[in-house]
Ligand binder design. Structure first.
Ligand SMILES: Cc1cc2nc3c(=O)[nH]c(=O)nc-3n(C[C@H](O)[C@H](O)[C@H](O)COP(=O)(O)O)c2cc1C
Length: 315
């Protein structure tokens, strides 16, 4: 997820049970221009494997060259192509979900990348179910992608027009999973082990993908796996554990230096930190303070204050 699944967040998700992860998407053009910032998006460490690097663009040949460059640099475990991004900046350049409206170009992009990559690593694709409600075409698109050599497809069960509103349509995801013989990964609105179990039981997907729930609660991976294995819920994550993770994320981000010095890093992380705090006792006040933090020590003070307040309430 752009702006979210950077190398540090992925480290935390891996520790908490995520099996397969994908980088923030990168522009094929940025890669071709050897842009330093774009290259940073493809960073990962070996412990995070299997990791895919996700590319977007509208020109199959350039995308193929970009994929080959990434393989030379980093040897990711797979290359993923984004056909789902709804953002205007991407769509207006014929990337992301706009290709769902133009199947010939979508096919050219997918086969361009598959041909360029050959059998070095698998190529996969991520789609939405269609451009809008009138043009839901995920089954057709998935068949094209399979013919173009994609080895798995992740389907977010919304149209581009929906953005992130409404509900994901798991009937369409199921229809896609039944229409192709490659693995289909279902995605949309999963927040718990119960959700994962239900979707796996009710549809033909080979796996599931969790997005936004992990931003607030990266323990979701561990919890879902435990639930699938035992049918039981893990005890709730404690406030100490939550704050420990928030602080660890801050410290690792400052150490990593990708967003600049400490002040710049904390400023860049504010919305991420606020996402973690949903459900914290006194969340409203904590969020107000988090949107002003500029140093790790301020977050430490907030954590200590919040934990002390909770203890006094319990006492
Ligand atoms: C902030 C944000 C950034 C995202 N960036 C990407 C991206 O770069 N590539 C992608 O395939 N999907 C991206 N997505 C979509 C998610 O991967 C996922 O398909 C969507 O959020 C639905 O799943 P969920 O209900 O589990 O969140 C992004 C979503 C959000 C909220």
């Amino acid at each position: 997820m752009a702006g979210v699944t950077d190398v540090i967040f992925r480290k935390l998700c891996k520790e908490l049970g995520a099996d397969v992860m994908v980088t923030e998407f990168v522009s094929a053009e940025g890669i071709m221009q050897a842009d330093h910032r774009t290259r940073k998006y493809t960073d990962f460490s070996d412990e995070q494997r299997p990791v895919g690097v996700q590319l977007f663009g509208a020109d199959g040949e350039r995308m193929g060259e970009a994929a080959r460059k990434i393989i030379d640099w980093k040897r990711p475990d797979f290359i993923d192509i984004n056909f789902g991004c709804p953002v205007n900046k991407v769509v207006s350049r014929n990337g992301g979900s706009s290709l769902l409206k133009d199947c010939p170009v979508l096919a050219a992009v997918a086969s361009g990348v598959a041909k360029a990559v050959g059998d070095q690593v698998p190529v996969t694709a991520k789609i939405r179910i269609g451009w809008d409600q009138k043009t839901v075409n995920a089954v057709e698109v998935a068949r094209i992608l399979e013919d173009c050599g994609m080895e798995a497809i992740a389907v977010h069960g919304r149209t581009r027009a929906q953005g992130y509103g409404g509900e994901a349509d798991w009937e369409v995801i199921d229809a896609v999973a039944r229409a192709v013989s490659i693995p289909v990964i279902g995605n949309g609105d999963l927040t718990s082990g119960e959700d994962v179990m239900r979707r796996k039981a009710e549809t033909a997907v080979s796996g599931v993908m969790i997005g936004r729930a992990a931003m607030q609660h990266p323990w979701v991976f561990r919890e879902a796996k435990h639930f699938l294995e035992t049918g039981e819920r893990l005890p709730e994550v404690t406030s100490e554990e939550r704050w420990a993770l928030v602080l660890r994320h801050c410290r690792l981000a400052v150490e990593g230096g990708r967003y600049g010095d400490e002040r710049q890093t904390l400023t860049a992380m504010r919305s991420r930190l606020m996402a973690y705090c949903k459900g914290f006792p006194g969340a409203r006040e904590i969020r107000q303070r988090l949107c002003q933090v500029t140093s790790v020590s301020e977050v430490e003070d907030l954590a200590a204050g919040s934990l002390a307040m909770e203890e006094s309430v319990v006492a």
